[in-house]
Design a protein around this ligand. Structure first.
Ligand code: SF4
Length: 153
């Protein structure tokens, strides 16, 4: 470990700017992506559901997500509260995955807005439906508060 990666957390300004990040490291708060796994979805996620309906469910789930985030942040022991809460079969995270897959069908993931179907076409990025991770490693070259950072290519 680079020595400055630990030293940096003794700096008040860094701690206040990365407050949530620091709290997650200390297990005092729960990462947002984990909270999405606890939010139930009330619609079936099948291909017949129009994207507009998925987005409106996303809006509804977002409200529940914000409520649970506040509840967890208010807990003395958020880890315990998180572990005890029910995990739905189909979650807000699954809904996000479904929406992401729909976006691939008319790809506008980035500012290029190629609007192609990545199932059988390639846009400017040359990526198809499946993007592969060729390597994953702990990258130590970022700024001190961000290392080690999980990096993939
Ligand atoms: S460059 Fe790739 S990710 Fe961006 S819109 Fe085009 S196909 Fe989608």
């Amino acid at each position: 470990m680079r020595p400055d990666a630990e030293q940096v957390w003794k700096n008040d300004e860094i701690r206040s700017r990365f407050n949530r990040y620091f709290s997650i490291i200390k297990k005092e708060k729960i990462a947002r992506y984990l909270i999405t796994k606890k939010i139930p979805i009330t619609i079936e996620l099948d291909e017949s559901i129009p994207i507009e309906k998925l987005w409106s469910e996303h809006q509804r789930a977002r409200g529940k997500f914000n409520k649970l985030l506040q509840e967890l942040d208010a807990q003395q022991d958020p880890q315990k509260y998180y572990q005890k809460s029910d995990t739905p079969k189909v979650s807000f995270l699954d809904l996000k995955i479904e929406i992401a897959n729909r976006i691939l069908q008319n790809c506008h993931f980035c500012e290029r807005e190629c609007n192609i179907n990545r199932e059988n076409e390639k846009g400017t990025c040359r990526l198809g439906k499946d993007a592969y991770v060729s390597s994953w490693f702990h990258h130590m070259g970022e700024e001190a508060p961000l290392i080690p950072s999980g990096t993939k290519n």
